[in-house]
Design a protein around this ligand. Structure first.
Ligand code: NAI
Length: 464
């Protein structure tokens, strides 16, 4: 079977870029991306490509290539479902905030709503592709809901988790390390797998397209994120030891990274990982293990999250103790709010938690991030519910540029590794700040020796 019409439910950080690349690479396939969020869809359709709802390097070029040709963004979910041969479900699967599994399990209500809508609306056979990250064996539940429609329509459910990293999404989609497709090993299942394989095969070679059973595919995504986050927590745990012993965590990382069994990537110590996925997926994995009675396995992975929380807390405490144990009324500039560079995504960003600790000590925070809006900063702080919205607005200011940013500041903290922070004229910043001028580099991207030469008192994560 040759796929001619794709629908993707969910126009977020995954659905938008993924479908834009499929549309750009497969001009013969119509790709219809739908979402309930009208504002988001309007932004995807904005004539000014600077207003797309997501910032990713290279995304606007890809969208410009395909939008209006074979790439459509709309809120017409029913129509898109009806017309499609293949439906990607790319909706959010956040951590549950209520009931059984609260704070741990993935909330599958959006997934289930999609399945019910597809079952209700579909009038022809469809291949359903799980693009969202899901607990292992979700496909079983999906199949059960889909097959209950009773209208004779047949569904095949595939798992095709997305491995892109925000900030490099387009590059990762154009040249992925691998694409993973899990499907049933029946004749119909194999046909569905082949159909999805052929879509990707328009630009990705067969050797890079891995085929597995559904459960392995679902579990591989959780496992990949658990391993990645574990590496960050491992190096972060050692950053604390480096600081205590005058070792340098970057030197240690380089030394161990040369070992081909360990490898050099993902060994950069920081103020803690963020992003919508790592924490949520590990908590989900921990919950799954607990559900199966595998408590030792659950505890093992839970430690990755605990270490990450420790790292964020440790950084905030370092700022407080260095500023003579009080930050009350002191202006502290946070450089960066996004969870990493080259994205406007702030979900679970370490900056939010560090700011929250400092605000609880009544610091006066000024935030500057090149891609994050003021509304987003306030929304992130309000979401924590630590203090009133008014209080957040009175203690936190969001700067649009560098003008007067550092004036009379007691301290500057680098929270996101944006390249532009490396080229700031620090001697000018030093003049503007109160003395002693403190700088805390949560990403270890600045030349601390040069800064100390200017007069700053500096601290960088993992540097003894
Ligand atoms: P997102 O929150 O940016 O986008 C999800 C979209 O789905 C939202 O715009 C929402 O309005 C829409 N939606 C929810 N229910 C809907 C419904 N019933 N009908 C139509 N639209 C609906 O989420 P994001 O980041 O794109 O993540 C989606 C999934 O992909 C999650 O399961 C996530 O774990 C996974 N993932 C995310 C990655 C990332 O880097 N953000 C990477 C790999 C996987």
């Amino acid at each position: 079977m040759k796929v001619k019409n794709i629908c993707c439910i969910g126009a977020g950080y995954v659905g938008g870029p993924t479908m834009a690349v499929i549309a750009a690479k497969c001009p013969d396939i119509d790709v219809h991306v739908v979402d309930l969020n009208e504002q988001r869809i309007a932004a995807w359709n904005d004539v000014n490509l600077d207003n797309l709802p997501i910032y990713e390097p290279g995304l606007s070029d890809i969208v410009a290539q395909a939008r209006g040709r074979n790439l459509i963004f709309s809120t017409n979910v029913d129509q898109a479902i009806q017309e499609a041969d293949m439906i990607f479900i790319s909706v959010n699967t956040p951590t549950k905030t209520y009931g059984i599994g609260k704070g741990m399990a993935a909330d599958l209500k959006y997934i289930e709503l999609c399945a019910r809508q597809i079952a209700r609306v579909a009038t022809s056979n469809k291949i359903i592709v799980e693009k969202s990250t899901l607990p292992v064996r979700t496909a079983e539940a999906l199949k059960s809901i889909l097959s209950s429609s009773g209208n004779g329509v047949k569904f095949q459910v595939l798992s095709n988790p997305e491995f892109l990293a925000e900030g490099t999404a387009i590059q990762d989609l154009l040249q992925p390390d691998r694409v993973l497709i899990g499907g049933e090993r029946t004749l119909e299942g194999e046909e569905a797998i082949q159909a999805l394989h052929d879509v990707y095969n328009n630009w990705i070679t067969t050797e890079r397209i891995l085929l597995t059973n559904v459960w392995s595919s679902e579990l591989s995504k959780l496992t990949a994120n658990a391993f990645l986050a574990q590496r960050v927590s491992s190096i972060n745990s050692l950053s604390a030891l480096c600081e205590a012993t005058e070792a340098d965590v970057d030197e240690v990382a380089r030394a161990i990274g040369q070992d081909s069994r360990i490898g050099p990537k993902f060994l950069k110590s920081s103020v803690g990982f963020g992003g919508s996925c790592f924490q949520k997926d590990i908590l989900n994995l921990v919950y799954l293990c607990q559900t199966y009675g595998l408590n030792e396995v659950a505890d093992y992975w839970h430690q990755v999250i605990k270490m990450n929380d420790y790292q964020k807390r440790r950084f905030a405490q370092k700022i407080i103790s260095t500023l003579y144990n009080t930050v009350n009324g002191k202006k502290i500039v946070l450089l960066g709010w996004a969870f990493k560079k080259d994205t406007n995504d702030t979900r679970e960003s370490a900056a939010i938690y560090v700011a929250d600790y400092l605000l609880s000590e009544q610091a006066e925070i000024v935030v500057y991030d090149p891609k994050v809006t003021q509304e987003q900063v306030y929304a992130d702080l309000d979401y924590l519910n630590t203090r009133s919205e008014e209080r957040n607005r009175s203690l936190v200011t969001v700067a649009k540029n560098y003008e007067d940013l550092f004036k009379d500041a007691h301290a500057v903290a680098v929270m996101t590794e944006w390249d532009e922070f490396k080229t700031i004229d620090w001697s000018k910043v030093y003049i503007d700040m109160l003395k002693p001028a403190f700088i805390f580099d949560g990403r270890a991207i600045l030349d601390m020796q040069a800064l100390e030469g200017i007069g700053f008192t500096g601290f960088a994560i993992g540097k003894g």
